[in-house]
Design a binder for this molecule. Sequence first.
Ligand code: PEP
Ligand code: MN
Length: 384
Amino acid sequence: RPPRSTLFPYTTLFRSESLKEREGVEAMSDQLEALRAQLDDVNLKLLELINERGKIVQKIGEVKSKSGQKRFDPVRERKMLDIIAEHNKGPFDTDTLQHLFKQIFQLSLGLQEDDNRKALLVSRKKKPEDTIVDLKGIKIGNGEQHLITGPCSVESYEQVREVAEAMKAQGLKLLRGGAFKPRTSPYDFQGLGKEGLEILKRVAEELDMVVISEVMNPNDVEMACEYIDVIQIGARNMQNFDLLKEVGGTDKPVLLKRGLSATIDEFVKAAEYILAKGNGNVMLCERGIRTYERATRNTLDISAVPILKQETHLPVLVDVTHSTGRRDLLLPTAKAAFAIGADAIMAEVHPDPAVALSDSAQQMDISQFNDFVQSLRDAGLYKL
Ligand code: PEP
Ligand code: MN
């Protein structure tokens, strides 16, 4: 039989240690302790140096802002990186160190901005109280929950009038219809354009309603403002920055929809474009985002509602029609949206959805619409 230690070399671990071995282990652990203490020392020195550097950068920031110079100076930064390369004696390679120093540079640069400047205009940090958007006397964002309805596309005066009358009968005044339609295919119905706006305005005047309609082209904004009360910016145009700037220059309330695949951060920054131009009457509308899920047209990101309500002071709406793309899901998603705190729900209604020129699969007919409103009332979720 071979000796145990040859078969199981690790059994040496269990052998009783000789005195010499034990002394060796102790010396090593002393050495380790000493090195660790050195490391702690170096960390503290680095900490002190990084903060000292931060203070100097802050002072530089003050001098620069007094003389109106830009914070970031690429020439100066390149020079600092070159000096680091020149003096690097290793063991770290120069690329690694330059990367590290760039991080430090960037963070120090952040110190030059005061907290207030970093806060977005849309943020609660900038404005803690809720923004209430007044739509001809109807207040969105004051805690009451509203319904915004109407046909996907304006197709005729009679069609809009029929939907509007049904809305009126339910006490609803926020009429939404598309005159400029952003369609995936160029061969699909593109909307009636200005004629559609004229129809909306006519019906709204006859029945004392508020008109919401999408504008796609910055050049149409001024003209559209003569017909509509609220400018809608559709999902496909959420990052049409020229359009955002254009509507930011008007005094019309804006209903901004979340982009097809936009993150919440991108959505919020799109709204910021409008506020930055001076128009604070912005409503955010969650309308579903693109995910791998195919059971619904989009995936309604319901948690976006409380996130947007927490992080911004703007009213938050949920479009149950385009987020689900399914008539059978309009009511349950609307309930969820009101329960989670949405300020308004948007849904599409058509007198005869089967022949609608757009979104025929998910629009409600008049009787479904009546049931929809009644069910929300019965559930205690819609109180107006
Ligand atoms: C719409 O609201 O008519 C519309 C086209 O929706 P979205 O821009 O969200 O796709
Ligand atoms: Mn539609």
